[in-house]
Design a protein around this ligand. Sequence first.
Ligand code: ZN
Ligand code: ZN
Length: 163
Amino acid sequence: MGECTSKSTNEASKEKKRISNFKYYHSLRGKSAYRRYRQSEKGRRIMNILNQRWRKNNPLTYRKSHEKWRAQLIKEVFEHYGGVPPKCICCGETIFEFLTIDHLKGGGTKHRKELKRNGDHFYLWLRQNNFPLGFQVLCYNCNCGRARTLNKTCPHKLNRSES
Ligand SMILES: [Zn+2]
Ligand SMILES: [Zn+2]
């Protein structure tokens, strides 16, 4: 009987501790301490290891959550440069799969190479840099069509009847 009581006291104190921990981690002080910890070198290293372990153990959940994150990132970038819903600045195409982010001064490929990463990192770079000026939404047709004319104007904008 005595054992039983001590066990339940133990459980109760554990529960009490759990609640006070929960309160602390959800308080402003706790949150900012956690943020500081995550930004510290040690914290980052440990978070990295924990993240990697979690990804390895939950590949499906990871992929799903990564895809959700990625879709949100791309949505934000395209809506910033192309409006809601995003559309091609030249022809008004709104089918999302046809759209791309165009580097106004050209050199998009070069820029992507400079980032030495694939498209996702380009989108991430745009968001991390507060959506810098100099980019616009174009559809692939307008983007490629423009590249193939002499004065780099989309064929949509050329007066065909005169030529
Ligand atoms: Zn277009
Ligand atoms: Zn066009």
